[in-house]
Structures are given as C-alpha cells and as structure tokens.
Ligand binder design. Structure first.
Ligand SMILES: [Fe+2]
Length: 157
C-alpha cells in the first residue's frame, strides 16, 4: 500500500485555484476552556468545493493535537462540503501538554490568576475523490478551569 500524499497550502501569498477549493477552513473560538464544549466548523474551502456525483468531498476529519475528535462522511447529495464538530478539552490535556512543553517554551500562564493554558493545534483533514487529501491547522489556546492562588481569574468572570 502506498502512502497517500497530504496536500497543504504551499504559499499563502500565492494561493492557487485548487488550494482555494480544497484547503480546509477551520472556524472556532481562539480560546477554549477545559471541561467546556466548543463548536468547530470545517468547510472546504475558501471558495466552496463542488458536491457532484463525479467530484465531491468524501469526508472531513478533525484532530486536537494527536487526539482524533471525529470524522464526518459526506456524499454528493450533501449541499456543501462542511462538517461540524464538538471539541471538549479536558483538564488532563492542559496538564499533560503543559508538562510536555514546559522544557521548551515554558507553560503559558494567565497574568491575572496564574491559571495554566496550553497552545494546541486543531488539525482538519479532508478527502476529495479527485484531488486527494488536504490538511490545514489552526492554533487554539486551552485554559485550565482551575484558578491559581491570588487574584480572581478574569477568564471565568
Ligand atoms: Fe476536488
């Protein structure tokens, strides 16, 4: 079995027509709170991809870091190439990720209350039956709900 090539946006200054129709557009909050629920919408693409019998988006997947959030199967009868996911980050993610990154960049800490946060990537992967696999990502900040010592946290106000 040969590994399938994953296409990504090559040059943001010079976006091709194929890229406009295939690079997944991820819409979400920039900041998420652990133990909350957050809607993430993934659409292909900046210019809507066609949904026809002979040319359509087969599925869209969403990952948070290396955690698979889900996959939505699509068919030519779907109106548009769009999938809606619910991301529910956990305190564990913040804890593990904070530990993982602290040696490199330091833990990202809220200035007001000392609450921890981690920067993670939402990654969308989609498959076009003609043009193959396409991937894009978006950075999100995940805040712990645990309030540190001292000042009240403005994130929970
Ligand atoms: Fe396509």
């Amino acid at each position: 079995m040969t590994e399938q090539v994953i296409n990504r946006l090559k040059d943001p200054e010079n976006i091709t027509e194929t890229e406009q129709k295939h690079v997944p557009v991820i819409e979400s909050d920039d900041v998420m709170t652990a133990e909350g629920k957050f809607k993430v919408t993934v659409t292909l693409g900046e210019v809507p991809h066609v949904m026809q019998d002979d040319h359509y988006i087969e599925w869209i997947e969403l990952h948070l870091g290396d955690i698979k959030i889900g996959r939505v199967e699509l068919s030519p009868s779907d109106e548009k190439a769009e999938a809606i996911f619910t991301v529910e980050p956990t305190e564990e993610i913040v804890g593990i990720r904070a530990y993982e990154i602290c040696h490199i960049r330091g833990v990202n800490v809220c200035g007001d209350c000392g609450t921890k946060a981690v920067i993670m990537k939402l990654k969308a992967l989609a498959s076009c039956n003609v043009h193959g696999l396409w991937e894009s990502s978006k950075q999100v900040e995940i805040m712990s709900k645990k309030v540190g010592e001292g000042k009240e946290c403005r994130w929970h106000a």
